[in-house]
Each structure stands twice: as structure tokens, then as C-alpha cells.
Design a protein around this ligand. Structure first.
Ligand code: GLU
Length: 471
């Protein structure tokens, strides 16, 4: 490819970012990075009625969390700015003027009510409404108070190529005299995004399927302006877990920042989202950012919708957690714990039992970490040991207490603890009558992590005190 690759992510600030939006951004980013090109973030805020306050900040926070960093955008100035459409109105007017001068744009002579009436009439007659059938022969001059419409120059079928979908076409009914600039002075999406894609030198447009049906309109504008359109890369939909419909809020489509709050790693999210609609081939599924950039290939984006799968996401997150350093694990885990539990020794015990860091908070709230800082209660003992001779258990615990009290405090490590306890256990008919009670005495839980590690973490004094209390 000789020309420099320029991609863009062009969200409208109309609500929270969902996973589909982020995947679009990710693909545009990966393709730009792979080709040493430019990735632009552009905010498409020309529909003032649908705008939701705070969306722009939200979009930026999502991208920032995931490390999908734009080369140019509202907070990374560059030669193609401004990057917010509402600040580019003069540019759209300039392009509108080009179309007016060519006789390809005209002021809407009808009121909204009149247009609605045309629509109702045609629909009553069972036909699709086309504004162009009401176009007048002669146009007035446009002064901006009414919508400016595109005059579709030629009513014809369009054929075009989509990088993912191959050859596509649409008949003349897809063409209409759509609005370029509204009476409030803002351009429509249909017009503004084309002007911007041209001005910003976009080479590849990644976006969702919902734009395929409007593509003939876009192509008609490119033709009218005598400019080659960019490559269209239409991404497959993300499907609900049942695979039957698009992923919607009701099937668990969440705000991307919910995944941040739940303690998923950004590395997991980009790995997971990249694979959702793209298949590099081969068995490997875990990729780091640089590897994703390396393997990403437009020709391997598939057409079939990809199913959202929370279990897979959790599995992937566990795999990425395994790749973290001790320090990173501590940082992530301690975020969810009160300060008196910030003991590096508990980190491995927690790590093996979580799939996302938010689980740490839940473990804590369910009391599963209480034994690290609270002496356990043994009320459940009767239930757990109902078939075992209680005096044998307390005898075993007493022997353990004796053995452990002989260990020096500085030698109170899990290896030494294990050695001295196993010496006793090996002499018993049933080792379980010592090992389980030790676990229970130290944690107050029927199932807990390795009791020798717990003893080391608790230290000699606390371990002995708990054994004594349990006895
Ligand atoms: N502003 C459009 C949206 O958020 C972008 C579509 C496009 O990428 O062209 O859906």
C-alpha cells in the first residue's frame, strides 16, 4: 500500500460507550498502528437533540483506559483539527457551496408539515416515500433558514466493494434528496462525515452494518464532489450470547467502564474485543497489544456475528492476570481491600481464586478473607465433625500446638510448618483428622486455601492462639 493509512473513530456523544463501539475504535486503531498510519478521534456532535451530557468525557475515558490512543483528536491536536464537528461548521458550508454551485443542492421549499403529509400519503398508498419525487423544477437561493437538500444527480443503482462483505449493490430506491444542512445550521451525519473523511484524508472507514443501506447516498456525494471514496470496512455485529439477536442492554451489553469497575484488565478487553469478529487462525488466543497490532489483518475479519461470551472473557482475564508482575498484582488486589489487609503474602492465595479483581471485593464482603484479620468463630464445628470423635480431633490439635510452639518465630515458614505437622499426621490412621481440623482452626472455613500458607501469614503467635481456641 503506497498511501499512508489514516483511520478514524467517529462516535456521536449520545450515551455511554458499549462494547461494539469500542471494538470499532480498536479495529481502526490496530489497522492504523499496523501500517504506521494515523488514528483520528472525531466527535460527531451535530445532532444536538440526541446529545447526552458527559458522553465525550466518557468516550475519552474508555479509550484512555484501554490504551486506544488517538494520534489526533480533541485532546491531541494535529493538522486536521478541529476534531469536534460542531467546531467545523464553516467547513461544511464550504462544501455545501461547492454543491450549490454545481446545481446539486437546493433549499427545501416545503415546511416540515408538508413533507410529513407527502410521506403519509405515499405510505397510505403502500409505497416507500421518496422526497425527490416532490422536487421542484426551479430552486430559490439558500440563505440558511431552511434545510439544504442534496439534489441526487442521477437516479441509478450503485455497486461497490466492501473489504469485509465483498461486492455489494443497491437499487435506485436507496437514493434520495437527503438533507445536507439542517435549519439549525448543523450538517447531517450523512453529509458531515463525508466532508470530514475527505478533509482528514481517511483511507479506511470502519463502522457497523447499520450504514450499509445508506452507502449509495454517500457514494452519490463522493461522485458529486468528484472524489474517490475511502475503503469501506463494515464490521460484523456482536451478537447476544444466544446468537439469535444483536447484543443489547437486556442481554448484558454493558457500559465499557463497568468492565473497568469490575476489575477486568484493559489488556484482556482489547484481546477479547479484537478476537470478536477477527480470527488470526491457529490455536493461540492470548495476545498482548503489540502482538495484536502485528497480526491484525482486514482480510481476516469475518462476516458472521460474533457471540458475546462472559465465560470466555473471564477465562481470558485469568490468563492475562497470570502475566502480571507481583507488584501489578498487589496494586490491583489492594485497590479492593481495606488497608489493614494489604499484606503481600495473601496475594497468591487470592490470585488463584479470582477471574477479575472485582471478585476480591466480593470475597471480602462475603467474609471469605475474614480469617486473615479476625479470629474465627467455630460454631460450625459440630456440623462439620459430627461423625468424628471430637476428643481425637482435639488431641491431634494439641499435638500440633506443641510441635509448632517448638518452631522458632523466624523459622515459621510454610515449609517448616508443613514438615512438623506432617510428621504427626503420618503417624495417624487418618491424616484427614489432623489436616482438616488445622485448616478449620486457622480459617473457620470448611474449605480454605492451603493451611500451611495461612499459618505462615498469620505468624506464630496468632497461629498458636487459634489452635488453642479451637481446642
Ligand atoms: N457518528 C456515527 C456513529 O456514532 C459514526 C458512523 C461512522 O463511523 O461513520 O454511529
Amino acid at each position: 500500500m503506497s498511501e499512508k493509512v489514516v483511520t478514524r473513530f467517529a462516535p456521536s456523544p449520545t450515551g455511554f460507550m458499549h462494547v461494539g463501539g469500542v471494538r470499532t475504535a480498536l479495529y481502526a486503531y490496530l489497522w492504523a498502528k499496523k501500517n504506521k498510519g494515523t488514528f483520528i478521534l472525531r466527535i460527531e456532535d451535530t445532532d444536538k437533540e440526541r446529545e447526552v451530557l458527559g458522553s465525550v468525557e466518557h468516550i475519552m475515558e474508555c479509550l484512555d483506559w484501554l490504551g486506544i490512543k488517538e494520534d489526533e483528536g480533541p485532546s491531541a491536536d494535529g493538522p486536521n483539527g478541529p476534531y469536534i464537528q460542531s467546531e467545523r461548521l464553516e467547513i461544511y458550508k464550504k462544501y455545501a457551496q461547492i454543491l450549490i454551485d454545481k446545481g446539486l443542492a437546493y433549499p427545501d421549499p416545503y415546511t416540515e408539515d408538508e413533507v410529513n403529509e407527502f410521506r403519509e400519503q405515499t405510505e397510505l398508498a403502500g409505497k416507500p416515500f421518496l422526497y425527490r419525487e416532490h422536487r421542484l423544477e426551479k430552486f430559490e437561493e439558500w440563505h440558511g433558514a431552511v434545510p439544504l437538500r442534496f439534489k441526487v444527480p442521477e437516479i441509478k443503482s450503485y455497486h461497490w466493494h466492501d473489504v469485509v462483505w465483498g461486492d455489494l449493490s443497491a437499487g435506485p430506491e436507496a437514493l434520495d434528496d437527503f438533507i445536507l444542512i439542517k435549519s439549525d445550521g448543523y450538517p447531517t451525519y450523512n453529509f458531515a462525515h463525508i466532508v470530514d473523511d475527505i478533509e482528514m484524508g481517511i483511507t479506511h472507514v470502519m463502522r457497523g452494518q447499520e450504514f450499509i443501506s445508506s452507502t449509495p447516498k454517500f457514494l452519490a456525494i463522493y461522485e458529486a464532489l468528484e472524489i474517490e471514496p475511502p475503503a469501506f470496512v463494515t464490521l460484523p455485529p456482536i451478537m447476544a450470547p444466544d446468537g439469535k439477536k444483536k447484543l443489547g442492554k437486556r442481554d448484558g451489553a454493558k457500559d465499557v467502564l463497568d468492565y473497568k469497575r469490575d476489575g477486568y484488565l484493559p489488556e484482556t478487553m482489547i484481546n477479547y474485543l479484537a478476537m470478536l469478529g477477527f480470527n488470526p487462525g491457529g490455536e493461540k488466543e492470548i495476545f498482548e497489544r503489540d502482538e495484536l497490532i502485528e497480526i491484525f489483518d482486514l482480510n481476516k475479519i469475518h462476516r458472521a456475528g460474533a457471540k458475546w461470551d462472559d465465560e470466555k472473557l473471564d477465562w481470558m482475564n485469568k490468563e492475562h492476570i497470570k502475566m502480571l508482575s507481583t507488584l501489578e498484582l498487589e496494586e490491583n488486589i489492594f485497590k479492593y481491600l481495606p488497608e489493614d489487609l494489604w499484606n503481600p503474602k495473601i496475594v497468591p492465595l487470592i490470585t488463584e481464586r479470582i477471574s477479575k479483581f472485582g471478585d476480591v471485593k466480593e470475597m471480602f464482603e462475603r467474609g471469605e478473607l475474614d480469617y486473615f484479620y479476625k479470629t474465627p468463630e467455630y460454631a460450625k464445628a459440630k456440623l462439620i465433625y459430627k461423625d468424628t470423635a471430637v476428643d481425637r480431633i482435639s488431641q491431634n490439635l494439641s499435638q500440633s500446638l506443641d510441635a509448632l510452639s517448638k518452631l522458632d518465630e523466624k523459622d515459621f515458614t510454610k515449609e517448616n510448618i508443613k514438615n512438623s505437622l506432617m510428621q504427626i499426621a503420618d503417624k495417624l490412621k487418618n491424616r484427614g483428622e489432623l489436616l482438616h481440623p488445622i485448616r478449620f482452626a486457622l480459617s473457620g472455613l470448611d474449605k480454605s486455601p492451603d493451611p500451611f500458607i495461612i499459618a505462615e501469614i498469620l505468624g506464630k503467635n496468632e497461629t498458636l492462639a487459634r489452635l488453642q481456641k479451637a481446642i
